[in-house]
Structure formats: structure tokens, C-alpha cells
Design a protein around this ligand. Sequence first.
Ligand code: NAD
Ligand code: IPM
Ligand code: MN
Length: 347
Amino acid sequence: MKSYSIALIPGDGIGRVVTAAAWTVLEAAARQSGFALTVTEFPWSCRFFKETGRMMPQDGIETLRGFDAILLGAVGWPAEVPDSVSLHGLLLPIRKAFVQYANIRPHRLLPGVTGPLRAESFDILCIRENTEGEYSGAGGRVHQGTQNEVAVETSIFTRAGVERILRFGFEQARSRRGKLASVTKSNAQKHSMVFWDEITRKLAPDYPDVEVTSYHVDALAARMIMAPESLDVVVASNLFGDILTDIGAAIQGGLGYAASANINPDRSAPSMFEPVHGSAPDIAHLGIANPIATIWSGAMMLEHLGEAAAADRVMKALEATTAGGIGTIPGKDRTEAMTAAVVAALV
Ligand code: NAD
Ligand code: IPM
Ligand code: MN
């Protein structure tokens, strides 16, 4: 029987329960589809940091490299470990080391879920640059603690990095409704964002079947709320993509519905699948975390592994579950009840 090796990193807070839920669903879907998923779980988290002084072992990246894919819950427990330490010690290094430069985040309403908007028929695919830009980590602070203190956070945009994410966006648009929104803030940021716009214009002739429009990020943010049905594929830098995808999550009903795939398109290293949301400390002990975002991310993992039928099975089960009124109202159903309903809906 065909088998895939998955590295599971539950992480912190609700990351632990939503990955457990997703794993139950994915294993059942794999069994039905005639292949196996083998899991190796890594306890890397803020708790691990408190015990060892590291978010993951020194050879953590090399350990993960041999897996077919990584499923991650959420990283961060700011009451105990500063986010600047936890995220830079686990999540962000994995995205960079494995060149997962395309972060794919779908935003649409599952049946039965009512978002905050009147529009119900949007289907947006956000493609977020995932390895450079505003998240480069370059910069520093001088004259720390004095009135003369200066903090610098340098965004780094490379031609290779911008070209590859834009090409990825064009390709995605080509395989969908043929529309690409390229997002910058080139009216204010005159180096990196003008550069991004120039590259967008340079690549456009290679994709004559794609209608590309450049938007400023502030205008695009408003458009996602006022006219989400006018958007197809949206491609944005690391930070802009981060913010826009929380808007995307909001319009699809909340963070509990927003899935995400950190893709290494060249397949030179494993890709990683995780919900858009974080560890949700405010609800971590209440048993009401919505597992749908992580289950959906798991479906994206199955698709990436080449198991499209199994991925479809999981998405159909999610849709049947919400269509039946389960998991449609945040806080109403318990995590186990939602998970059991999805498993029961697998056919
Ligand atoms: P968050 O996404 O954890 O929570 C924001 C709000 O959404 C909270 O009210 C939370 O209860 C709600 N929420 C999130 N996921 C939910 C779910 N599945 N079901 C129901 N409600 C849900 O964002 P935050 O509070 O800013 O961050 C908490 C911690 O998580 C921080 O340490 C942050 O850095 C980290 N974080 C990690 C990731 C990641 O690992 N990919 C992503 C975002 C935030
Ligand atoms: C996300 C998260 C992360 C990001 C944080 C936790 C560093 O918000 O995956 O959207 O900004 O990439
Ligand atoms: Mn985010």
C-alpha cells in the first residue's frame, strides 16, 4: 500500500487539538482511499522551549527534511515566551529553509456558514510571498533604551524572489478564472514596491490569457470587504499577504475556517500545511476551537501529495458537515463534535 510520511508539529494552545482533529479525519480519508499516512510527532513548542531553551533541536530542520510533508498546528504562547523568540525559532525558519515561497490561502464560504458580508459568492485565492520581504529579519536597534533610540526593520525583495511568486500567481490565475490582483504600496514605498510593480508589468506579456491589475494594498483591503466577488487570485508580499489573509479569514466566517499551504513548488524540500490562525490562548482550554481550518489545510496536503480524490473526499465531508449546520457558528459546537461529524460525513 502506498504510504506517506508526515511530520506532525502540534505546537501550542489550540494547535494541539486542531491537529489531533485533522489527523483523525485525514487518516480515515486515507484508509478509504487506499493509502496510508504514517505520523511522526514532534513536541516542538513554547513548552519545549521552557524545557530545553530551544523551539526545536539544532538539527530540527534536517530532521524534517526527509518527510513527505509537515502538518503544523500553531506556534506561540506569548505569556511564557516572546513571539519574537518562538516564531523565529520554529515556524519562520521552516518556511525559509524549505523554500516554501508560495503561501496559498483560499477564502470562500463553506455552505451554511454566514460571514459578516452580504456577498456570499466570492472565491479568492491569496498567494502570499513567504520567504523574504518584510519578514527578512534584517535590521536592528541602536542607542537602546535612550531617547535617541532607532529601530530599523529592513524589507528585502530580490528579483528572483519577486519573479517566482508573481509567476506562481499568474499560473494559479490561469488555472482558475484568469484574473490576478498584484498588490503593493508603490505610492508610498518607492523602492521595493515600485520594483514589484515593474516586475508585474514585465511578466504580464508571458500570460496573455491572464488579466492582471495592480492594486494598492489599502484599496485591495477595502475591495475584499466591499466587492470580494470581483477578485480571483491575489498575490502580495509577506506582510501584506499576512494581513489580507486575516481579512480573508474574517469574510469567510472567522479564523477557524482559513486554511493555508506553505508550498515549495520545486519539491526540493517538504511543504508545510497549517491553519492561518494562531494558538488562540483566549479559548485554548474551552474545547471549542474550530478544527475546520486545519482539516482543510490537511486536504491541501493530500492534494499536494498527489491524492486528489482523498482531498476531495475531505472537502466534501467538510461541506456536508457545515451544510448540516454543524461548525457554522463560532463557539456553538465543541471541537470533538465537529470532528466526529466530519469523520461521519466521509464517504
Ligand atoms: P489567533 O489566531 O491565535 O487568535 C485570534 C482570535 O481568533 C482569538 O480570539 C481566537 O480565539 C480566535 N481563533 C483563532 N483560531 C480559532 C479557531 N480555530 N476556532 C475558534 N476561534 C479561533 O491570533 P493571536 O491571538 O494574535 O495569536 C496568539 C498566538 O498565536 C501568538 O503567539 C501569535 O504569535 C501566534 N500565531 C501563530 C500562528 C502560526 O503558528 N501560524 C499564526 C497566528 C498567530
Ligand atoms: C501567519 C502568522 C505568522 C505570520 C506569524 C505567527 C509569524 O500570522 O501564518 O499568518 O505572520 O506569517
Ligand atoms: Mn497571520
